[in-house]
Write a protein that binds this ligand. Structure first.
Ligand SMILES: Cc1cc2nc3c(=O)[nH]c(=O)nc-3n(C[C@H](O)[C@H](O)[C@H](O)COP(=O)(O)OP(=O)(O)OC[C@H]3O[C@@H](n4cnc5c(N)ncnc54)[C@H](O)[C@@H]3O)c2cc1C
Length: 466
């Protein structure tokens, strides 16, 4: 491998080819320390040309590539897996952002740009990029696109896929495909960019994107509400959709236990009591009259007997402290030790029975474990996380298998937004129709015949095709 590493050093310069174990360590494990794996080197190219040349060298020497952005992913997709010779290719140095076009409502950004920074640049010209996740201070444009990230505003604006107008990618042989068109309409043939969005680096490397912006909203109303049970939460969602649906930006569900965890672990206080579920609801609009419309909707909800308690933020500061409760759920969970993350989506009408089954089966399988449930109810997306407590790690995969089996029985998906990565790949293979699996393998084979792009993630190896 020495000629290979020498070639890379010549291409990238010694500072951006890391081979010292201490320098490489942060790139070889995910942020939760659930996954880690070996690599020959870490590559930190600074331009699309360097990415292309480095990928070409890897192809020539049969070395696999693990693309990495902010390393905030929750499925082990950016961490090396297996023992085949591989490198991690970090996009962290590619951070250029173009001048936004506020009338055309587009912005161009390189793959290593931090999502929050792109949002700030858009906001400076009176527009917004409403992809909103708690990890946006570290997640990158390339990672967000490669995972087709969701977040709290999907209900209104859609997932990352809905914001990508143009894409520049480097194919597994090093070829650059420049598709950075800022067009909202382009039906001139097959829209290949969608192959890369959500493909978790299995087909190529995203190096830049043109993203769609939306008008900024001038007013927002944020409420924290509590309800007795899940059917009441779902009926409340229907009521909001009927009355102010076009302004509804977030409808987040948090279990009372999760709120308690935030209070005890993070020292925050919820100004609302009662009920077994809490809802964090946000509506936004540029038109005056939003607060009155939200107030009237809440009164209707009380009259319909749907609410136990609730508060409507009277200031931006109060809105932020209500959102802080939702945003601290993950941190509160991580302060309770090891947990298993399940990111599932289900038809709303199946959700209640699904949660009852999970509770009953978990009590039998792992009595020391407890559920931490929250998520994007408006999208049918729940995070059904299991805090392990004294539960032996050896039964972790049985717990996850049990959750995923119940999801499949309910007609849901085992990954609503976090992707398969290496964490969910085996369960996806187990629970997915053979025709669907084979289609994924055939596309992988066509895109990456040598199997060098992010092996062991997102798509089964071609040997799984029978
Ligand atoms: C606190 C917290 C909250 C989160 N909330 C959400 C949420 O609400 N919704 C949601 O969807 N996700 C959420 N996530 C998950 C994560 O932030 C997203 O998946 C994010 O999109 C990952 O971006 P990244 O740059 O960190 O990618 P990484 O973690 O570095 O990589 C993720 C995957 O994309 C691939 N990849 C990265 N960059 C490229 C590239 N340029 N080209 C090709 N492939 C690439 C990697 O190989 C890997 O498979 C959350 C994570 C945390 C820690």
């Amino acid at each position: 491998m020495q000629p290979f590493l020498d070639g890379l050093r010549q291409l990238l310069g010694p500072a951006d080819l890391l081979t010292d174990p201490a320098d490489m360590a942060p790139y070889l494990t995910d942020w939760r320390r659930m996954f880690s794996g070996p690599a020959l080197a870490i590559l930190r190219p600074g331009s699309t040309e360097q990415v292309s040349a480095a990928v070409g060298l890897c192809a020539q020497h049969g070395v696999a590539i693990v693309p990495q952005g902010g390393n905030t992913g929750l499925a082990g997709g950016a961490t090396p897996q297996g023992r085949a010779p591989q490198v991690v290719l970090s996009l962290a140095r590619m951070t250029a952002i173009g001048t936004p076009d506020p009338i055309g409502m587009v912005i161009e950004a390189q793959a290593g740009c931090i999502l929050q920074r792109v949002k700030e640049v858009a906001a400076d010209c009176g527009r917004q990029l409403p992809i909103s996740l708690a990890a946006e201070g570290s997640a990158t444009v390339g990672g967000v696109i490669a995972t087709n990230a969701g977040g709290v505003n999907v209900l209104r604006y859609g997932m990352a896929r809905d914001f990508v107008l143009g894409l520049e990618v480097v194919l597994p042989d090093g070829t650059v495909v420049k598709g950075l068109k800022p067009l909202r309409k382009d039906n001139a043939g097959f829209d290949w960019k969608h192959l890369f969005i959500g493909s978790e680096g299995a087909f190529g490397i995203v190096t830049a994107a043109v993203l769609r912006l939306t008008p900024a909203t001038r007013h927002r109303s944020v409420a924290l509400l509590s309800v007795q049970d899940l059917p009441a939460a779902i009926r409340l969602l229907g009521l909001f959709q009927d009355r102010i649906g076009e302004t509804l930006s977030a409808f987040e569900l948090i279990s009372a236990d999760a709120i308690r965890l935030v209070e005890t672990q993070c020292g925050l206080g919820a100004p609302v009591s009662g009920g077994s579920w809490f809802l964090l609801v946000e509506a936004a609009s540029s038109l005056d009259g939003l607060p009155a419309a939200v107030q009237a909707t809440l009164e209707a909800a009380y009259e319909a007997g749907l609410l136990q308690d609730g508060t409507l933020a009277a200031s931006e500061q109060q809105a932020q402290s209500l959102w802080a409760l939702r945003e601290h759920v993950t941190e509160a969970e991580s302060r309770c030790g090891k947990s298993l993350k399940h990111d599932v989506s289900l038809p709303l009408r199946r959700m209640g029975a699904f949660l009852e089954s999970i509770q009953a089966r978990l009590a039998g399988l792992a009595p020391a474990a407890r559920l931490n449930i929250f998520g994007h109810l408006g999208d049918g997306n729940l995070h059904v996380n299991v805090i392990l407590g004294d539960t032996p790690l050896s039964i972790a995969s049985r717990i996850t298998g049990m959750v995923h089996d119940l999801v499949a029985e309910a007609g849901g998906s085992i990954s609503a937004e976090h992707g398969l990565g290496q964490y969910r790949l085996a369960d996806w293979q187990r629970l997915t129709l053979k025709t669907e699996r084979d289609l994924a393998i055939d596309i992988k084979r066509a895109m990456d015949p040598k199997g060098l792009m992010n092996p062991g993630k997102a798509v089964p190896g071609t040997s799984h095709r029978q």
